[in-house]
Structures are given as structure tokens and as C-alpha cells.
Design a protein around this ligand. Sequence first.
Ligand SMILES: O=C(O)CCC(=O)C(=O)O
Length: 271
Amino acid sequence: MPNLLRLALIQMHIDAGHPEPNFARLEQRLTEAVAASPKPDVILVPEMWNTGYALDRIRELADPAGARTRSFVSEFAKRHGVNIVAGSIAELREGNDGRASKVTNTVYGFDRQGEEIAEYSKIHLFKLMDEHLHLEAGEKPGRFELEGYPAGVMICYDIRFPELARKLALEGAKVLFVPAEWPHPRLHHWRTLLQARAIENQMYVVACNRTGISGTTHFFGHSMVIDPWGEIVAEAGEEETILTAEIDLDLADEVRGRIPVFADRRPSLYE
Ligand SMILES: O=C(O)CCC(=O)C(=O)O
């Protein structure tokens, strides 16, 4: 029996430095997404959707312990019986034992019962946008279970690190979720890297990018769903939209059987 999952990717504008309109916009988009027929099984949201890249004020803007985000997403997921991979947000973490608080770029996953099933903080901070000056990097990969299927999550710049995607695939992930804020002029990097991660790891890649302009930075959307053979199943343009697609997770096993990359690896020579 095919393991079908219907996806909805919320490609939306984000107001940098203004969490209130961002919460309101996301609630509206989530409501639109679950009103569709058929209803999605999984919803994916872009990176840093609560604050955008207002890094100079990120400490005052970040969500303390992610509490507001967690309760909002958990409640929505439960009310509508839908899984949500909730973007990522700027989360303020209080330091223990007198250590200073820190801000992380963190994604949470919630299941249809509203239970938290994933938490991952971006491992590779993007120096070109000064992330490393304001945020603290995560320390562990984002492998989780989604309705019994092995899945993984990486955030934006992380997709430039094939080792991380490979690790998740080796741990069984058949689908990789990628929330992002990826701007022009690097559309060809975005598309090529996402396709490469799908082809080399023989897994679905589901990537949701923001859209709109923030300061001088122009985000291009182009959220994508790519199958384990590298075919683009769905791709958005540059406008706000909800991109939908249906995926069959059995295809990952079929492709892995067709070209047995994982069986043919010789890690002793290159790891
Ligand atoms: O790697 C890139 O070109 C974009 C990465 C990025 O914008 C981010 O990680 O926020």
C-alpha cells in the first residue's frame, strides 16, 4: 500500500522585526491550508517566520523558550488534526547556572494530536547575513518520526552541507524538510542544491522559502517538492502562495533499490 502524504507549503511574506503581523499572517495561511480539500497531512512553514532577520533586535523579539509558538502551533495542529513542521523561529533560551541567554534559529514539529515530535536548531549559521554574531548554533541533527515515517529537517544554509543530509539519510530519513529564507541572486544554488540532496540521498526534499522584500534583500520563494529520483513534483513562483503536492514515501525505497547507492558506499575510504 502506498504511503501517501499530502503536503502544503506556506510560502509567505515575513515582516522583519514585527512578530504580531507574522503570527496573524501565519494563522490566516494555516487556516486557508486546512480548508483545502483534500486537507493536507503535513504543513511546512518558512525559516524565522516570527521575527525575520531583524538580528540587531533579535534578543528582545525572540520568543522566550518558544512558548508562544509552541502553544499556538500545537493548538492549531490538534484542532485541525494536521502535522506541522513549524518553520523555524527565533527562540530565546535562558542560560542555566548564571550563563547568558542565547537566541537560536529553531524549528518544532507537531503531530495531529498537538504533541511535539521534533525540535532542531540550525547547525550552520550563515555568516554572510551575520547570523553567527547574533545567534547560537544548534548541536544536534534534526532526525524525527512523522506518522511512523523516518524524516529529517535542516534549515536554509544547512543544505550547502551534504554531510548533514547524508547523515539523516543514513539514519533512515525518507523525507527532508527545509524551511528557508533564501534570497536572490542565488536561485540557481537553491534549486541545484535541493535537487542534489534529493538525488544523492534518494529521498524527498520538501523546501519552503519565504517571499517578499526585506530592506535590500529580495526573497524569491520557489518553494519546491522534489522526489527521490530528483524530479520536481511541485515548484512555486515568487508570489505568496500555498504550494501543495502529494508524495509517496515508498518511492524512496524503490529508488534506493534501483540504484543501490547506500549499499555501494565505501565509507572506510572517505569518512
Ligand atoms: O546559502 C545561501 O545562499 C543562503 C542561506 C541563507 O540565506 C540562510 O541560511 O539564511
